[in-house]
Design a protein around this ligand. Sequence first.
Ligand SMILES: [Zn+2]
Length: 289
Amino acid sequence: MIKQLRVIKLTWIVLLILLLHIPATWAAELKCTYDANLGEPFLMRLVSPYALSDVTITWLNRQVPLKVIYTNNRHEAWMLLGTDVREVKPGIYELIVKYYERERYWTLKHNVNVKSKSYPTQELRLPQAMVTPPKETLKRIQEEAKLVANAINTITNERYWKVPLTRPVNGVITSQYGLKRIYNGNPGSPHRGVDFRAAMGTPVHCVASGVVILVGDHYFGGKSIYVDHGNGIISCYMHLSNIGVKEAQYVEKGEIIGHSGQTGRATGPHLHFGLYLLGHAVDPMPLFQ
Ligand SMILES: [Zn+2]
């Protein structure tokens, strides 16, 4: 009888020890929204009590490797995702997350319901040359478009970005993201960034740390800077009066990278700020402090 009691007691102790060693969650968990408005960014997190490696996500046919960090006794990989008001239709889109954990590869699939969002219309009056550029500028415009496309589709593995982002300038918003624009009476493509009021020469701050991947004086964007924050997250700053950084230069979050102006296609001094996630221009406003 005493021997039996001792066995039961021992069993309980063994069970208790086992229980204490069970992690809070059994396996990696994908934390991501089920609903997202068209054009709005959202954060996805892969969280695991076990070591994670080789984390790759696929979103809208683009693949990106993610760095894993160890924080609060958990292994985590983060990514900002979103849809581009110009390119994506409302509907269900699949996010695929692949990773290596406990000696094997795993795949998680998650549906995101991208819901329609109506954006206001804005009529603009511009010099006709800026709406219908003269023939001799078409080659230049095409070359610049190629450089910009390369820049906004850059995917690098280092993660410099962090949310919330720092505001590039303090001014109020004069044109929000997603505006349906009508130039001199003709519909153009929607506004793929945010315009901030900024007097000529206002210091422009980088919204997150990163590496400058493109600077130039472009026909439409004027003096522009593109910064790679890693994982396919790129920010851009247009219509500047001066550029204070060089390509391949590392910049810190909040660092002054240039000054606002009115270069390129601009009706007045302002800063056009754009945020691209895997090549998709999203509304940056939900990500600011
Ligand atoms: Zn703009």
